[in-house]
Design a protein around this ligand. Structure first.
Ligand code: SF4
Ligand code: SF4
Length: 134
């Protein structure tokens, strides 16, 4: 499962615009798959402050401990754990910064456009009638 994190579509859908999954009421099954895909988890400047405050560290400490520059050197991205999962994915498959997680994460899956999203995300599959939400 490569580079899903970097193939997020820009959230440009106008209200009422066609969107294949935005209308679905998906129930996250907390499989953690989307937090294990390779690719960047972009953290915007205003999100740095919120995440740092949530963690009880300074923005500089957050950036030095939990983030790295993207290859363009224009954005920060969360680092990964040794197994490739996001640094904030807990052993229980829950996000440790859920209340302040980056927009890229909050927008998933409703505002992402990736191939075979129903295969990649069990919640989408269930919402589309291909499985049972838990
Ligand atoms: S892949 Fe889908 S079901 Fe699994 S954790 Fe992510 S949003 Fe939830
Ligand atoms: S910040 Fe949270 S939701 Fe986003 S990839 Fe990391 S663990 Fe997953």
């Amino acid at each position: 499962m490569s580079t899903y994190r970097t193939t997020q579509s820009a959230p440009t859908n106008a209200p009422g615009a066609a969107d294949p999954v935005a209308h679905l009421h998906h129930a996250c099954q907390q499989c953690g798959a989307c937090c294990r895909w390779s690719g960047y988890v972009i953290v915007r400047r205003d999100e740095v402050d919120a995440i740092a405050a949530h963690l009880g560290v300074t923005p500089e400490q957050f950036a030095n401990t939990y983030a790295r520059l993207t290859s363009s050197r224009r954005n920060l991205s969360l680092i990964e754990q040794d197994d490739g999962s996001c640094v904030f994915l807990g052993a229980d498959n829950r996000c440790r910064i859920h209340p302040v997680k980056p927009r890229q994460c909050r927008d998933f899956p409703a505002r992402w456009t990736v191939p075979d999203l129903e295969t990649a995300c069990p919640a989408v599959k269930a919402a589309q009638g291909g499985g049972q939400p838990v």
